[in-house]
Write a protein that binds this ligand. Sequence first.
Ligand code: PEP
Ligand code: MN
Length: 365
Amino acid sequence: MKPHKQIKDWGLGLSNPLIIGGPCSAETPEQIAQICSEMKENQIIPQVFRAGIWKPRTRPGSFEGVGEEGLTWMEIVRNELNIPITVEVGNAAHVEMALKHKIEVLWIGARTTVNPFAVQEIAEALRGVDIPVMIKNPMNPDLELWMGALERMYAVGITKLAAIHRGFSDAYDKRYRNKPNWSMPIHLKREWTGMEVINDPSHIVGRRDGLLEVAQSAMNFGLDGLMIETHHDPDKAWSDAKQQVTPRRLKEMIDSIEFKQSLENMKPDEKLFDLRRAVDHLDDQLLDILQERFSVIDQIGAHKREHNLTVFQSDRWKEVMDSRTEKGVKKHLSEKFMKELLYCIHEESVKRQERQLREAEAINK
Ligand code: PEP
Ligand code: MN
């Protein structure tokens, strides 16, 4: 699909996995200087430094960011660490100020991605500008909105793009601040070939403990980097105090994460090649069986039509669902997977039979 520039081609000397560190918010020049100095001391220089300048807070009255002045403090980072800077932009005025202060990378936050008006305003402000933009997933698990925001950037000529998975707001599941949904970034990667997705464990977990586990999962799933909020004195941070880690902890985390290799640029070894061949063969068989199953379904449809029966028979459906799920679970397939699979097959069967019915009725008219 749309050829865009991957992280390694942003012209900033970056590579995958991309590690982004820095505070939730820029607070004071001293804070920025202290974080930089502790990053140096602990030999953990991220590839990109993040800092929130304007903070989109859920409730008014919380700290809303230091504003433009904070952008001038980014000089400290350039002098101390010599790495590119990324800040969040939420409207055209933010874009203008970030560009004025030569910020290298922009990101769009979750509360902005949900709003196509805001995303479009940012896109218009970026028309003709060559700058990388990273787009966080929207608050709600809506792949279309996420893709839509990336497309709005692409449409105005922004080709240096990446996505950020920061989890989704969930009213009931309080284990996370924002629940991860690993199938969504993977789906995004399928829909937009080559799109890289950075993981943001900080906003997923919302606490310091558990960050490592989420970061490791992200790497296991093949995501392309990590954005981890880093502060020299997390407990005293002006925003997101519970989830930020010290540079020393960031170093420990990065050292203990196992970074998996992507096979994309490598030749798979012989063993993997054979296993994939086996999967290809099994998928062919699966398709043959599905084809056969649907042909029987069509025959059932014809029979129902002849005897004037409804397409959906709830007793039969329940029996199929329960018995297959039970069998599947015995074969170590999860109940959730079995239910989703059966729903999907059943829905397609009902649709086919209903279509058959309509076609037959049209002929008889
Ligand atoms: C942030 O990165 O500090 C932030 C506000 O994130 P999100 O948009 O994911 O809530
Ligand atoms: Mn934050």
